[in-house]
Design a protein around this ligand. Structure first.
Ligand code: NAP
Length: 273
């Protein structure tokens, strides 16, 4: 029988690397560190190996559909699917380009490409599987700044994937076509992309409950906390290892667990949305 397998995107550094590290210690099965750059990924696998941890490597650039499809085909062929998927890869821009560019580029990776990952990998998630989307508390703060009608849709139980995708695309188009407003920034674009990812997680969890009610798959979004990585600053409060705790907790929810599912979780607790 094929071994169990866990897959982490953006695993070459930061929180992703710490998630891979923790899974190598705690997950019963093969752990794949994936990265868009083969050199950076293999170097990270090597660094874990020097700690006595055995991660495997597969190239995976979530912005590239061919790369996603090739990885999905590999895991299907080699393991019959995946047991744990952690969608960790994301970007936060810091350039001085117009807000429309920040929205376009940030949404491309953090929302649309992560959705592409989910589209290709959800059918591969085995019974008892765990899916963790690394989102952010900033996504909730951004939600509270959206206009009330949008907030209502993003919180509703009946929003579907197509409607969400349309609303996310509208936000990008609006940012590209309108004059920038006060408060528009790369961080705002990042935060809104994470609003979308959390809503997408809730939609996909509801779909799992409906379409695969007996498979016991749990899917959640989470925030790792404010973590010292290249995305933030040395002043952040948590180490990458501490930031990995909640994503790993969700990835390793014990067999037979029925919750959390379709929730936004931080500090290992379900948070209001
Ligand atoms: P990071 O150190 O900048 O790491 C981001 C990782 O994502 C890198 O491995 C990067 O690869 C990868 N990545 C970016 N675009 C990719 C793509 N197209 N395909 C594959 N991999 C890609 O950031 P981090 O702080 O560890 O962030 C990890 C996750 O935690 C993100 O989802 C972030 O939004 C979330 N988060 C972080 C914090 C925080 O305080 N740090 C707070 C809340 C949420 P390269 O090395 O090739 O660029």
């Amino acid at each position: 029988m094929a071994s169990r397998v866990a897959v982490v995107t953006g695993g070459n550094k930061g929180i992703g690397l710490a998630i891979v590290q923790a899974l190598c210690k705690q997950f019963q099965g093969d752990v794949y560190l994936t990265a868009r750059d083969v050199g950076r990924g293999e170097e990270a696998v090597e660094s874990l190996s020097s700690e006595g941890l055995k991660a495997k490597f597969h190239q995976l650039d979530i912005d590239n559909l061919n790369s996603i499809a090739a990885a999905a085909a590999f895991f299907k062929q080699s393991y019959g699917g995946v047991d744990v998927l952690v969608n960790n890869a994301a970007i936060l821009m810091s350039s001085a380009e117009p807000y429309g560019v920040h929205m376009d580029v940030t949404f491309k990776t953090n929302f649309f490409a992560t959705r592409d990952m989910l589209t290709h990998f959800m059918p591969l998630v085995k019974a008892g599987g765990r899916v963790v989307n690394v989102s952010s508390t900033l996504g909730r703060s951004a939600l509270t700044q959206c206009d009330p009608a949008l907030q209502q849709r993003f919180r509703s139980e009946d929003i579907g994937e197509d409607e969400l995708v349309g609303l996310m695309q509208q936000m990008v188009d609006k940012a590209k076509n309108e004059e920038p407003k006060e408060g528009d920034s790369p961080l705002k674009a990042y935060s809104l992309s994470k609003t979308g990812l959390t809503v997408l997680s809730m939609i996909l969890a509801r779909r799992l409950s409906k379409e695969r009610p007996n498979d016991g798959i749990l899917l959640n979004a989470c925030c790792p906390g404010w973590v010292r990585t290249d995305m933030t600053s040395p002043e952040a409060s948590k180490s990458p290892e501490e930031g990995a705790i909640t994503p790993v907790y969700l990835a390793l929810l014990p067999p037979g667990a029925s919750e959390p599912h379709g929730k936004f979780v931080s500090d290992q607790k379900v948070q209001p949305w």
